[in-house]
Ligand binder design. Structure first.
Ligand SMILES: Cc1cc2nc3c(=O)[nH]c(=O)nc-3n(C[C@H](O)[C@H](O)[C@H](O)COP(=O)(O)OP(=O)(O)OC[C@H]3O[C@@H](n4cnc5c(N)ncnc54)[C@H](O)[C@@H]3O)c2cc1C
Length: 248
């Protein structure tokens, strides 16, 4: 089911990343969602693209998403960057969540690469609110391209943020250390580019899969009848992979 929302505001977040604030045209409440959830936007030319909700789930007056322009994409994100204007209406699906936060965990380790920060940004603020410890490792190509950098650089009560930037010569993640530092029973979440997710899966291969959570921002292959971005995100047995043609 979809509903029509109005683009209420567009804001610059980082190089190549815009934030869209979507509201009901009559200011009605929007469906609730949990951290990690995403919505599907129905874009022109039958393009459906998924975007993680980044606002506080306690907010019901808006959906907020962050869209990175994919330079090698098929046009969905470029449409949002180049043509979506404040005041325009857009068809939006109800929130769905395949990357749910386990709020009962004693500790959460979050790993983000680039635009993969979006679902984790919502999660870490929830963890702050419910007073659960967390640690975010956020890797970007540069400071300029890192969304939420200023906010993340503030002190947090429950959490710790480790930033690294490739253009500053930051070494690759020490995955073994990262996993070894997770307290017993802690849950791990990763959203980022394919190579990051593969490394994360390898590093977590000996952990209980129920503690390991992955969100792929995967594009579906072009198909005349369904131009749909598929999500394949769940607690994953490392190395098990995901079928690209169905929602997990
Ligand atoms: C659950 C979920 C949440 C998401 N959340 C966000 C978010 O918060 N922010 C965000 O910016 N994006 C998010 N995405 C990705 C988003 O849905 C779009 O895929 C992205 O905006 C790029 O769209 P596009 O049409 O420009 O490029 P797409 O055509 O979707 O291309 C994306 C990538 O797929 C590859 N690709 C290009 N052509 C093809 C092809 N023919 N077949 C297969 N692959 C191809 C390219 O490497 C390209 O970079 C999410 C995806 C999912 C599934």
């Amino acid at each position: 089911m979809t509903h029509s929302l109005r683009i209420h505001a567009v804001r610059y977040a980082a190089d190549g990343v815009l934030l869209f604030d979507l509201r009901h045209p009559e200011e009605l409440e929007l469906p609730g969602f949990e951290p990690g959830a995403h919505i599907d936007l129905n874009l022109p030319e039958e393009r459906i693209r998924s975007y993680s909700l980044i606002n506080d789930p306690a907010e019901r007056h808006r959906d907020q998403i962050g869209v990175r322009r994919a330079p090698d994409g098929r046009g969905g994100s470029a449409r949002m960057h180049d043509f979506a204007r404040v005041g325009e209406r857009i068809q939006v699906g109800t929130p769905r969540n395949h990357f749910a936060l386990q709020e009962g965990a004693h500790h959460s380790t979050l790993v983000a690469g680039g635009i993969g920060i979006t679902p984790l940004w919502s999660m870490l603020r929830r963890l702050e609110r419910i007073e659960r410890p967390w640690h975010l490792n956020y890797r970007c190509s540069s400071r300029a391209s890192a969304a939420f950098l200023a906010e993340l650089s503030q002190p947090w009560r429950q959490g710790q943020v480790t930033l690294s930037f490739s253009d500053e010569g930051a070494p690759r993640f020490d995955w073994e250390r990262l996993v070894n530092e997770v307290p017993p029973g802690g849950h791990l979440y990763c959203c980022g580019p394919r190579n990051m997710i593969e490394s994360f899966q390898m590093a977590c291969k000996d952990l209980d899969p129920a503690r390991v959570h992955i969100e792929h921002f995967t594009a579906a292959p072009d198909n005349a009848s369904t131009k749909v971005s598929r999500s394949c995100s769940r607690a994953v047995a490392p190395g098990s992979g995901c079928l690209p043609t169905r929602r997990c």
